[in-house]
Design a protein around this ligand. Structure first.
Ligand SMILES: [Cu+2]
Length: 436
């Protein structure tokens, strides 16, 4: 790459011609300068790489770990055609220990992150209820979701479900690669209105929209230009100082002003009346908040009781050690199979975890180690040292936690009993960094 860049560089050719003419005088500085520039450019070109992430790691670790805790995210299909409908389903727990500096989730919007309009969303459900607007989430609440999407533009895309939290940011769920095959021109998006009319959403009202945007833009620009073409700030200021303010506004200006003051509202009212007559049965855009209550407790459901005693993060080892006081209130022996936090899953190799997740989450397969691997018997209370260690703490930028003013960790612990039955607990704790 470096070579071709150098050969095709027009400056290099020019330098060559010049140096032929003034063989010795110019050659040295020119070549040196160009070499420097060329090196600079090629270094720049070499470091250019396609962007693969969608800002998942941008948010502060405590927001990713202690707000929306995703699990069991599943795609119905990852290879499909234009016009095919697919769905993404999953669950999430809203952390009890919601960070103090993050506004409460009074308005949260479940969205899908895509590189452009490659899919359209046709249906969306929270706890089985269809909903349109933002919703208030309750800290400590459990929810499940389903979003139905339809392929629009062929290609290969990385797609995530995510929550837009008002005034806080986007908390990304696990992503997946989707392959959409077929032809973009085959895409259809027809919807039946409440009047029974079939409309094509791809171009319905497009002409109207373009007309009104251009109309107001032209009117506004014309009014602006009308004033801008005249002497502006300093001259006007001096005329004002000289008591000549009456000459700044001509009778024509006044008349145009009057025409606009009367004309614009009349025009708006006229077209409003026309629209209402043409579409008598219309409903306004909905801007309310949807009210959907959490499910009955799925996480911290009471059978297994977990209390976090102390958490240490060893910086050089990139390992988080959590001391947990666990009480097994179930009638079967249980084991910790997984610890999930901020989109990273640490698995305990000793326990087979049935995977209910086909989004390619970031996994540390052998990342979870317990000081006592023996199952916790029914009725037993035990203090367990759980260590989650992997370079993912660093590469996923979760270790930034120790530089935060809110150095608290949050996450989900997945217990499995002898029959593979799962119990989930949400934990939270302050983190003490260790630098040795
Ligand atoms: Cu992604």
């Amino acid at each position: 790459m470096m070579k071709t860049l150098w050969q095709n560089n027009p400056c290099a050719t020019m330098a060559k011609t010049i140096s032929y003419r003034n063989a010795n005088a110019l050659k040295q500085p020119f070549t040196k300068g160009l070499l420097f520039l060329g090196t600079l450019l090629s270094v720049y070109m070499l470091t250019l790489q396609p962007v693969m992430a969608h800002g998942e790691k941008n948010l502060e670790p405590y927001v990713r770990m202690r707000t929306v805790q995703w699990y069991d995210v599943q795609w119905s299909k990852q290879k499909f055609n234009v016009n095919d409908e697919i769905s993404v389903t999953g669950k999430f727990h809203v952390a009890e220990d919601w960070p103090i500096s993050v506004p409460k989730p009074d308005a949260a919007f479940l969205n899908i992150s895509t590189p452009g309009p490659v899919l359209i969303r046709t249906e969306r459900y929270l706890n089985g209820k269809p909903y349109m607007n933002s919703v208030a989430l309750q800290p400590g609440g459990d929810y499940d979701f389903k979003v139905v999407l339809k392929g629009r533009l062929p290609g290969r895309y990385h797609i995530h479900p995510f929550f837009n939290l008002k005034d806080a940011g986007q908390v990304m769920g696990p992503g997946a690669w989707l392959d959409i095959a077929g032809d973009a021109s085959d895409f259809t998006n027809n919807v039946q209105t409440i009047n029974g009319e079939l409309v094509d959403m791809e171009n319905f009202g497009l002409g109207n929209g373009i007309f009104w945007h251009s109309f107001w833009a032209l009117l506004g620009t014309a009014w602006l230009l009308w004033w801008v073409r005249r002497p502006l700030f300093i001259e006007r200021y001096r005329m004002l100082q000289a008591g000549l303010e009456d000459e700044l506004v001509t009778p024509l200006d006044r008349n145009i002003g009057k025409a606009i003051v009367i004309g614009v509202p009349v025009l708006v009212f006229m077209f409003y009346t026309m629209t209402v007559n043409k579409y008598p049965k219309a409903i306004p855009l909905q801007a309310s908040l949807d009210q959907i209550l959490p499910l009955s407790a799925q996480v911290n459901a009471g059978v297994v009781d977990v209390e976090t005693v102390r958490t240490e993060y060893r910086v050089p080892k990139r390992s988080m050690t959590v001391s947990l006081k666990i009480k097994n209130g179930s009638d079967k022996p249980i084991q910790i199979g997984e610890f999930a936090t901020g989109g990273v899953r640490f698995l305990n190799q000793a326990v087979s975890v049935p995977d209910q997740n086909n989004a390619e989450s970031v996994i540390a397969k052998e990342g979870l180690i317990l000081d006592n691997p023996a199952p916790i018997q029914p009725g037993e209370q035990r203090t367990v040292l759980m260590t989650a260690s992997d370079a993912l703490w660093e590469s996923e930028k979760l270790d930034g936690l120790i530089n935060d003013a809110d150095s608290r960790i949050g996450g989900l612990i997945f217990f499995f009993d002898s029959e593979g039955e799962r119990t989930i607990s949400s934990i939270t704790s302050a983190v003490i960094p260790k630098f040795d």
